[in-house]
Design a protein around this ligand. Structure first.
Ligand code: DI6
Ligand code: FE
Length: 397
């Protein structure tokens, strides 16, 4: 299959868009076989089936490398209570907060969780996403964590999308273990990680390293089991305060460290040294009305790869739009539109340990987006407008 009359954004290097004005892309099955200018299409690809893209913009498909799309219920009532002046404590007393999502997730059937998750996944697909990461972490019992991970895997059976799962048992201390985070790690989190891995449900291990969640010593115990099982790690680090999650992630050669609002220059240097991707999540920054942005310039100075994701979750980031995430990254974090696009493609792939996607180059996975746009900066520029014309998933329109 040859795609012709395309304005191709190859992203072949991190330095620029790698634009090919009058371009063509040859696909062989689910791989890109060749990309270049229309005038240079090899004879072998000229005689096969062709699709004229009408001069539209073509980019690598989008990758959402940090989501919590599987969860029960939502927190709209809590949102409204807070805007009517309710305090954090009052919201918690009214059953709000992360634990309300844990309660709703435990109570929901697998089918109900899947049906709800698919609505959010459909919103991501509608904006050109072909690969998502999905975390557990709203179950916090063995049964409910496994249920979440099974639902995450089922998404890829129900929709034309790929899914990578992260075990986030160390997300919050459940009510049964209030005041006993270490007992929760020993008695629930670690045995559940082993069980989930045994069922083939885990691609990576994540944690929430924060004053309101788990400290570095507790996360290290989870990471030690990940290493023993041969699983890569990633970490929610330095989101609300700096408690040393970033150097810990670097020490374990984490795929990514995520959020990072309170990361320092030394943290950026540590990420650069370990090749860990910094995942920025402007949806959470916006929703929590944070004022300290992640140190983007320091990431640039140290050569840290920056990925961008929705963090789609019911509490801190009820966002199911990668395009709005791009706009927020530019407006709130002062990232450039090129950095935002690299963040949802090449660097998102790197944050998931995937080397064969995110760029349009021979041999890469044939996941592409066709946009009704003239220049890639348009993707980050508009608010609430979706210029996606079509999405190509594994070589199929
Ligand atoms: N960081 C967050 O912002 C969310 N989880 C996390 O690790 C909050 C999740 C929630 O409030 O439901
Ligand atoms: Fe998150």
């Amino acid at each position: 299959m040859l795609l012709t009359n395309a304005h191709v954004v190859t992203l072949q290097t991190d330095a620029d868009y790698g634009l090919i004005a009058d371009g063509a892309i040859a696909m062989d099955g689910d791989r890109i076989a060749w990309v270049g200018s229309a005038a240079q299409v090899p004879a072998a690809y000229r005689d096969g089936p062709q699709t004229d893209l009408g001069g539209r913009l073509v980019t690598p498909a989008l990758i959402d490398c940090h989501t919590h799309v599987v969860f029960g219920g939502n927190r709209a009532t809590e949102f409204e209570l807070r805007l009517n002046g309710a305090s954090y404590e009052a919201v918690a007393r009214a059953g709000g907060g992360i634990i309300s999502t844990v309660t709703a997730t435990r109570a929901a059937s697998e089918d109900a969780l899947l049906a709800d998750a698919l609505k959010r996944v459909d919103a991501l697909i509608a904006e050109g996403v072909t690969l998502i990461e999905v975390k557990s972490g709203y179950g916090l019992t063995q049964e409910a964590e496994l249920k979440m991970l099974r639902v995450a895997r089922r998404i890829a059976q129900e929709r034309p999308i790929e899914v990578r799962t992260s075990f986030l048992g160390a997300h919050a201390v459940p009510p049964e273990f209030t005041g006993q985070p270490d007992a929760y790690i020993d008695e629930i989190c670690l045995p559940t990680l082993r069980a989930a891995h045994g069922e083939g449900l885990v691609d990576a291990v994540d944690g929430f390293c924060e004053g309101i969640a788990f400290d570095t010593a507790q996360i290290a115990r989870v990471f030690d089991v990940a290493v023993e099982l041969g699983l890569p790690v990633k970490l929610h680090a330095e989101q609300l305060s700096n408690i040393g999650g970033t150097p810990l992630a670097a020490q374990y050669a984490a795929l990514s460290a995520d959020h990072l609002e309170y990361a320092t220059d030394a943290d950026a240097a540590a990420l650069a040294a370990s090749g860990t991707v910094a995942v920025v999540l402007p949806g959470a920054f916006y929703t929590l009305r944070e004022t300290q942005a992640p140190p983007i310039q320091s990431f640039r100075d140290h050569g840290v790869s920056m990925a961008l994701a929705t963090d789609c979750n019911p509490g801190s980031s009820p966002l199911a739009s990668p395009l709005l995430a791009m706009n927020m990254a530019c407006t709130l974090f002062r990232m450039t539109p090129l950095e935002a696009l690299l963040g949802l493609t090449v660097h998102a792939a790197r944050a998931l340990g995937e080397a064969d996607r995110g760029r349009i180059t021979a041999g890469a996975c044939a996941d592409l987006c066709v946009w009704d746009a003239h220049h890639p900066s348009e993707l980050a520029y508009r608010i609430g407008f979706n210029p996606l014309h079509s999405r190509i998933f594994r070589g199929s329109l």
